[in-house]
Design a protein around this ligand. Structure first.
Ligand code: NDP
Length: 380
């Protein structure tokens, strides 16, 4: 018990001394008032930093959210990490502390729909296993939020249509997490092709893969397929943005499996060809059993290529005239900032739902070609 008599407070140089009754103890609560002033100041600074920015809620705190998106949101100018949606209470606690997220902005999958009542959240970013993208995008739109959905947009074109329609109905924007549209080396490939710096394109090679995968990625119900929708999608994207064209038809072949038991539900690797209008053939390859990252364009008067091409950083580029030397960027920060700016300026996003839908259509045509061994035309 602390009586008035025993409560001796001396404030000197920011140090508060308190003597506790009967104990003769002098407790030093060092700099308490300064400390609270400091945390108030920090809170004010954080508030100031968030002013005028759009609030993003990440849904699914897995590897990509934790290691790429959340750190990128520390570097963004037009949006910030305002909330989280997670099924794992430990993660909620950890993220709350690390990113100073108020309790009222923390949701789980059961409470997700109540996000509609939270004005702090402008954008919902769906970073869940592939088969959950459609449901959470539609629900986010119904909650009146703009949506970024990770690749692949969904498992079927019908799901993509529902996602696009839900966002349209709600008057909200939808974009897909295609970060390479903001990466200078990949943009240089587009520029070199567009300006015909090396003449007309003759052939494209796109390869993306890694040695190893785990978890839901080999569970067909959750992933929709193996490396094709996960990392092969970057090859499809690269061919589309480098040529500026849409493929007419595809042929595909599944690769052999080193570990048949592990890959019992999905392909371990595949090769496929895309026929582009004007005769360019894109030769593509994707794998969970081999590291590769290549985008190579061959044209009448030379070549231009990226190797590695698709990572979060570390792109290297070369042309028949020499090496590329371009700035390093935070792709995810640029991608999210661009979407926030598109919303506030009411302009289209360069990576809309329709772009994701086209990739899903191509992926499904590739699977059909792989299964039947036949040339499959891409439906209009
Ligand atoms: P992880 O497996 O690391 O994380 C997925 C998270 O989703 C889990 O941690 C969990 O979060 C949540 N989740 C909810 N339900 C399930 C379930 N049934 N099974 C597993 N997880 C579940 O995956 P990634 O972060 O690597 O990938 C997530 C999405 O992001 C995928 O669609 C992927 O294609 C995409 N991606 C995009 C990249 C890019 O470069 N654009 C790079 C990597 C991934 P919680 O515990 O919080 O509920």
């Amino acid at each position: 018990m602390v009586t008035r008599r025993s409560f001796i407070q001396t404030v000197s140089n920011g140090i508060v001394y308190t003597s506790v009754a009967g104990s003769g103890l002098l407790v030093a609560c060092q700099g308490k008032s300064d400390q609270s002033k400091e945390s108030e100041k920090q809170a004010d600074q954080r508030k100031e930093k968030k002013k005028g920015k759009l609030g993003i809620a990440l849904v699914g705190l897995g590897k990509y959210s934790e290691e790429q998106l959340a750190p990128a949101l520390e570097e963004t100018n037009h949006c910030y990490l305002a909330g989280i949606v997670t099924g794992t209470p430990d993660k909620a606690e950890k993220w709350k502390k690390k990113y100073d997220i108020p309790e009222k902005n923390i949701y789980n999958y059961e409470t997700f729909d109540t996000i509609k009542d939270n004005p702090d959240i402008d954008i919902v970013y769906v970073v869940l296993p592939n088969s959950m993208h459609a449901d959470y995008t539609v629900r986010a739109a119904k909650a009146g939020k703009h949506v970024i959905c990770e690749k692949p947009m969904a498992l079927t074109v019908a799901e993509c249509d529902q996602m696009i329609a839900a966002c349209k109905e709600a008057g909200k924007m939808l974009s897909i997490g295609y970060r390479l549209h903001f990466e200078p080396y990949n943009l240089e490939m587009v520029r070199l092709a567009e300006t015909k710096t090396f003449g007309n394109l003759k052939k494209i090679k796109a390869e993306n893969g890694m040695n190893g995968t785990e978890g839901w990625r080999v569970d067909k119900e959750l992933s929709g397929g193996g490396p094709l929708p996960d990392v092969g999608i970057y090859c499809i994207q690269a061919v589309r943005y480098t040529t500026g064209q849409e493929p007419l038809a595809v042929r595909a072949k599944e690769g052999p499996k080193k570990d048949k038991e592990f890959f019992k539900e999905v392909e371990a690797s595949l090769t496929w060809e895309m026929e582009m209008p004007g005769g360019v053939i894109a030769e593509c390859k994707s794998s969970y059993e081999e590291d590769m990252s290549l985008l190579r364009a061959e044209a009448d008067k030379g070549f231009f290529e990226l190797k590695p091409a698709y990572g979060y950083s570390g792109q290297k580029g070369e042309t028949s005239q020499g090496k590329m030397d371009l700035p390093k960027v935070n792709q995810q920060a640029l991608q999210m900032d661009d979407f926030a700016e598109a919303i506030t300026k009411k302009r289209p996003t360069p990576v809309p739902g329709e772009m994701g839908r086209q990739d899903v259509k191509i992926i499904n045509a590739i699977y059909e070609a792989m299964k039947t061994g036949k040339r499959v035309e891409i439906p209009a």
